[in-house]
Design a protein around this ligand. Structure first.
Ligand code: ATP
Ligand code: MG
Length: 497
């Protein structure tokens, strides 16, 4: 039988199956009463061979739930995603599901619809079915024992190829489609006193930050370098396996406030399609809690520790904060909240070595494809152990707005690539320090339909004011371009710039 021409549902095949099954049932019923056991086994064996001869097709079913605990079968979801596109094109009756955590509706074929798929020249058939509920009670809730499943049919002679090559491809493509459709999440850690069976360690909201590398204002060459680095990481599974290193990468983003460190993290997450875990170290009591939190993160994610210099004992800031809160509490005995906060801060025993061990442990004990990002305004305050290569592989300086970065902002906010005022702005940006956040602020319209020229002139005014202010604060000094980076020479070698 030619695979591409025939369908297992064709009349001939159906007739053969019905005829051979009826014959078998007849003989079997007769035989059960009159023949000995070994003859019955023979009839069953040859009967099955007859059916296989008349209907040489195999079937695999994929139920929606895997066991009595009603755990959703991942294969079912992947097949649903995989067939979604094909169903839209070829099935007449479609069903629309709004899957949990999905950005869009998933269209799939309705029950008893059949669609064909071709893989390496082999034709296979998918049908969507359900087992009707056993109980016929009327209820406002859907029947719990109704079981949905997909059925795959193919010719017996392709069994090996279908199982070993086609099905893994369906799973992989289906999961990838699921990931693309999925709403990504921004997680933040809950204080451990609230952790229990109902309150998880991490709570999440949908991650919908619109930042992208196209809208990120920075030097084009450095931006391209970072994007290439991320792409190499994402496609690096085999490379990391070959060299025997966990599949992870650490980035240190440093620079003054408002230079786009948080925006860069959002652009990274959107580019890679990863979830983001925003880890607040100050809400964690000790190293054990930190470990438990990190183990509870998933792969394809970015773990972010913002303002790492303020989060750890290493800079001594935590100690002074504790002391200050305690002093406040002593001075104001009425304020119970301050007292409570003081006690909680005193409880905090998280250490640099704990963080280092957890990060190293996380990389070695959990699944791959993870990125960790530290941000700081003061890289010089960080312990070299924290940012050494192997932990923070790439150090990226986010600096004041240069002319190229301004052009990106002008395109974002004003939708222009050039203007006669650009030259003056370029000149001023070369002479004074203004963060992209401040530049952007001046480009935002102050009222509806404010024209481009007015906004550019406002920026020129702000740049002139900043220049004068800088001059006034350092009248006798030859102006040097202020950088946030007092990182030592050895570290500078790692810096992308
Ligand atoms: N490089 C940039 N490209 C585009 N927009 C930027 C950039 N830098 C800053 N902005 C704008 O300024 C705002 C503040 O930037 P962001 O929060 O990323 O700064 P930050 O470096 O993380 O600051 P902080 O150190 O205070 O956390 C952003 O919402 C964004 O609109
Ligand atoms: Mg930030």
């Amino acid at each position: 039988m030619d695979d591409l021409a025939s369908n297992p549902g064709s009349t001939m095949a159906t007739f053969a199956v019905v005829y051979s099954t009826a014959t078998m049932v007849f003989f079997y019923t007769m035989a059960r009463e009159h023949f000995p056991r070994y003859l019955l086994d023979c009839i069953e064996k040859y009967g099955r061979k007859l059916v296989n001869f008349a209907f040489p097709y195999s079937q695999i079913t994929f139920p929606e739930f895997t066991d009595e605990y009603m755990r959703r079968n991942e294969a079912f979801t992947a097949i649903q995603n995989y067939l979604s596109e094909k169903s839209t094109a070829s099935a007449n009756r479609l069903k629309a599901d709004a899957l949990r955590d999905s950005r869009s509706l998933v269209l799939s074929m309705d029950y008893n619809e059949e669609i064909a798929d071709v893989f390496d020249g082999i034709k296979v058939w998918w049908t969507s079915n359900r087992n009707p509920p056993r109980s016929m009670q009327f209820s406002v809730y859907p029947a719990v024992d109704e079981k949905r499943y997909y059925k795959l049919e193919f010719h017996n002679r392709h069994k090996k190829h279908i199982i070993e090559s086609y099905l893994p491809k369906v799973m992989e493509d289906g999961k990838a489609i699921g990931r693309d459709n999925r709403l990504r999440k921004l997680y933040s850690n809950n204080p451990s006193k609230y952790w229990n069976g109902f309150n998880p360690k991490w709570s999440h909201v949908a991650f919908e930050h619109p930042a992208s590398f196209d809208t990120l204002a920075m030097d084009a060459k450095r931006k391209e370098e970072i994007v290439n680095d991320l792409n190499t990481f994402k496609e690096g599974r085999e490379y990391y396996e070959r060299i025997g290193k966990p599949w992870k990468r650490g980035y240190l983003l440093y620079g003054p406030p408002g230079t786009g460190k948080s925006t860069m993290i959002a652009a990274m997450a959107n580019h890679l399609q990863y979830d983001v875990y925003d880890l607040d170290l100050t809400a964690i009591k000790d190293n054990t809690e930190l470990r438990r939190l990190l183990i509870d993160t998933s792969s394809k994610s970015i773990l972010v520790v913002e303002d790492i210099d303020c989060s750890l004992d290493i800079t001594g800031e935590r100690e002074s904060k504790k002391r200050k809160i305690k002093e406040d509490a002593d001075m104001d005995p009425i304020s119970k909240e301050v007292k409570k906060e003081a006690e909680e801060m005193t409880d905090c025993k998280i250490t640099l070595s704990g963080v280092l061990n957890c990060i190293d442990g996380l990389w070695s004990s959990c699944g791959g494809e993870r990125i960790i990002v530290f941000t700081t305004n003061y890289p010089e305050k960080l312990d070299p152990a924290l940012i050494r290569r192997g932990r923070m592989d790439k150090h990226i300086e986010m600096s004041y707005c240069c002319f190229e970065a301004f052009k990106v902002l002008a395109n974002n906010y004003l939708k222009i690539d050039s203007h006669f005022l650009f030259e003056a702005i370029g000149e001023l940006l070369g002479k004074t320090n203004m963060t992209p956040a401040d530049v952007a602020e001046n480009l935002i319209p102050m009222y509806k339909d404010e024209n481009v020229e007015t906004r550019l002139n406002r920026l020129i005014g702000a740049l002139n004011a900043a220049k004068e202010e800088e001059g006034a604060s350092r009248p006798n000094q030859k102006r040097k371009r202020k950088r946030s980076n007092p990182i030592n020479k050895r570290e500078k070698r790692n810096i992308v710039s």
